[in-house]
Design a protein around this ligand. Structure first.
Ligand code: BGP
Length: 463
């Protein structure tokens, strides 16, 4: 392991910050979302907006050397128009300063699915050119303020999710049965997001040539359930379109021939100008970040339609805990398979194809937990989970020659899940609240805190 290997954690703005209507923040698409019974709203999160100094102290005590977070667009630009909220920028600058003072490298993800709601009302989502232009303005404002202080940047969380989802954001105006229009919206969203991502990389480098600009996807290996060549080819094709279609553009600056063929066949090619394609080609990623949670199965019955709408059905199956069970693997309570060898496979798949340094930006397992009488959680399962995953990562580095420069866990401190659950806990630090009762929001170290601290101190030697 390299001596400057980054160890740390990742979060997003809306899952942590709270302060939903404070200091000039505008309404985001999350603030206006319907809250289903048993889930939390997004108003308080874990109150990081007010507790960041104490939280960063805890992260420093844990030994973390990197922390990846996102910028709430509506906190910085309340309506997504030209108005800038200086207090929002001040907040992020203080967070960055605090991290640097504590020896923690900030890694900024500009966009983690939360946007000013006004933009959604006006333009719908990523398929709109106006929306994409608004993102560029947001980028300029944030990079002008933080560009010289922050070394690691990337534009979007799990950029391939744009491929999966025709829902980013409102598609209410489209008839249910009009799948061609939905697919076209997805491919246009994908393309516009690549334009936006390339713009961010270009602008960051302009402001700070020594910064490192990357890209990020969610990676899952797709295993064929049998050796029938039909199944094997389906798995390959789904893997190609789910994982590599986005990475090819992010890292090589070009759409793959397979992506273009699939889109052409389905008559869903997006509009792409020469200038946009040049921007994409000239501003590729210097590192690849990915989130890793589980592997997936492809069987003979799986559809080999790899248009965005079909791929999104697979992603939805995962998010709704409806995945096919792999008989060789355990699953979490949310039916996500626990597959540490899949992490080694993923690292190899990505590094061999792109020969570009990689960083694991999310990894973890959601668990229902309660504080015991000693005000801690005996989370031996988390220790085991991370021990196994780190061991496999080390094999990828030491035995397979992968250039991996960091391991960041998802939610090093308990945060709201992507759907707004508090019971799905990932952290080394327990936060005392549940879905609807905010309690006192106090932080408590779990047993895994000391274990991960020792892992970092020994640079991955003592597991
Ligand atoms: C990733 C998202 C995160 C995060 C994580 C865990 O896909 O980038 O926002 O929440 O998944 O998912 P969940 O919170 O649903 O357990």
């Amino acid at each position: 392991m390299k001596t400057n290997f980054l160890w740390g954690g990742s979060v997003s703005s809306m899952q942590t910050e709270g302060a939903w209507n404070e200091d000039g923040k505008g309404l985001s698409n999350y603030d206006v979302r319907e809250v289903k019974p048993g889930y939390s709203d997004w108003k308080v999160g874990i109150d990081f907006y007010h507790t960041y100094k104490e939280d960063i102290k805890l992260f420093a005590e844990l030994g973390m050397t990197a922390y990846r977070f996102s910028i709430s667009w509506a906190r910085v630009m309340p309506t997504g128009g030209d108005e800038v909220n200086e207090k929002g920028l001040d907040f992020y600058e203080s967070v960055v300063d605090e991290m640097i003072a504590n020896g923690i490298e900030p890694i900024i993800c500009m966009h983690h699915f939360d946007v000013p709601n006004k933009l959604v009302e006006e333009y719908g989502g990523w398929w709109s050119k106006e929306f994409t232009e608004a993102f560029k303005k947001f980028t300029v404002v944030v990079v002008d303020r933080l560009g010289v202080k922050v070394k690691y940047w990337f534009p979007m969380n799990e950029q391939n999710a744009l491929m999966y989802s025709s829902m980013l954001f409102s598609s209410k105006d489209l008839p249910e049965n009009d799948s061609k229009s939905r697919n076209r919206r997805s491919t246009q969203s994908v393309h516009n997001s690549h334009v936006a991502g390339a713009f961010l990389r270009k602008y960051v480098k302009q402001v700070n040539p020594s910064a490192q600009v990357g890209g990020m996807i969610n990676y899952a290996p797709f295993y064929p359930t049998d050796c029938n060549p039909v199944t094997v080819n389906k798995a390959r094709k789904i893997q190609e379109m789910s994982n590599f279609a986005a990475l090819d553009v992010i890292v090589n600056g070009e759409y793959s021939s397979e992506t273009l063929a699939v889109w052409e066949q389905a008559d869903i090619l997006p509009e792409m100008t020469k200038d946009e394609l040049r921007l994409i080609k000239e501003n590729t990623a210097e590192y690849i970040g990915f989130s890793y949670y589980s592997s997936r199965l492809v069987s003979e019955e799986t559809s080999d339609d790899t248009t965005p709408e079909e791929l999104s059905k697979m992603a939805v199956a995962m998010m709704t805990n409806n995945m096919e069970k792999n008989p060789y693997l355990e699953q979490s309570k949310w039916s996500w398979t626990i597959d540490e060898i899949g992490l080694r496979t993923s690292l190899n798949d990505i590094y061999r194809r792109y020969k570009t340094p990689v960083i694991i930006l999310e990894c973890g397992m959601g668990v229902i937990e309660e504080l015991n009488e000693q005000n801690t959680v005996e989370d031996d399962y988390r220790i085991e989970y991370f021990r196994n995953h780190i061991q496999e990562m080390k094999k990828a580095i030491d035995l397979d020659g992968v250039d991996c420069f960091g391991f960041l866990t998802w939610g090093p401190i308990d945060i709201l899940s992507s759907k707004g659950e508090m019971k799905k806990r990932y952290g080394f630090i327990y936060v005392n609240r549940d879905e609807t009762d905010l309690k006192d929001l106090k932080r408590y170290k779990k047993k895994s805190f000391d274990w991960f601290k020792q892992v970092i101190e020994s640079n991955g030697e003592e597991l």
